[in-house]
Write a protein that binds this ligand. Sequence first.
Ligand code: C2E
Ligand code: CA
Ligand code: CA
Ligand code: CA
Length: 279
Amino acid sequence: AKGDGRFTFRFYTRELTAAATDRLQMETALRKAIDNNELSLNYQPIVDPDSGQAQHIEALLRWHNPYLGQVPPDRFIPLAEATSLILPIGEWVLKKACQDMRQLIDEGHPLKRVSVNISSLQVQRCDLPVLVGRILRETGLSPEHLDLEITETVLMDEPDKVLESLNQLKALGVTLTVDDFGTGYSSLSYLKRFPIDTLKIDQSFVRDIPHDQDDEAIAKAIIAMARSLRLGIIAEGVETQQQRSFLMQEDCERAQGYFYSRPVPFTKLLEYLTDKQTV
Ligand code: C2E
Ligand code: CA
Ligand code: CA
Ligand code: CA
């Protein structure tokens, strides 16, 4: 039995070492990703569920490394957050998204805004309002065309500091969306306290509609609450015609998901916008 234990222990450390090596390799590669032009943005339309017309777009980060291949955001974003690399990467994302949006507006596309995902570390760093202000000036994008998506968790740590930062962002003229709404274990009182414009219903509540009665009830309740609080509402992860019908029936103002479009590169987005919006 002793021998078994030792074997297990050695096996376990070897696994850990392999994981740590992978992580270190990925971290080293991620450090050079901006300079090596390995990052890009995909855009997913956020549409009016009735007409399918795109109203907003969400910028979603992609990383392609020659050795690691296409690395999914769910793998490299947590690493970027743990290593603070999310600060330069997040700045790159903001700038690129604002540049692309400026081009879309200049070309006459009737889009209201681009949503950019913001990590809690970027909010904690109190100069986010300064950074956003500078990027808006540099890219010439009007602030009303920029929306920042934050999660409920952001609102929970250091609420006073976060409140000040969000108020400054609002003062610039950008809008704020709570992403993954309903998953954050936080008290709803923050909706009163923080200057939030829009709630985005987490896709876990949309996925099993119409088969799961509880999810339907939760989605209905969130839509009704957003309406009475005069907040915008977006349902995310819409994949089927049945889900679309449900959202139309509930008068949900916006929807996002594979049913309408996957996240696509900028050139593909231009095609999508031209196909869907003209005539
Ligand atoms: P998120 O912000 O909740 O983004 C939505 C995710 O759902 C995206 O995954 C999108 O591709 C996916 N999605 C959209 N429609 C559907 C659908 O109909 N069905 C299903 N199953 N999935 C759908 P993605 O692009 O892999 O991004 C994953 C997460 O990575 C994002 O979740 C966000 O938390 C994070 N992320 C992505 N880009 C950025 C970024 O620029 N900065 C930061 N801080 N985080 C980012
Ligand atoms: Ca998001
Ligand atoms: Ca989300
Ligand atoms: Ca998410």
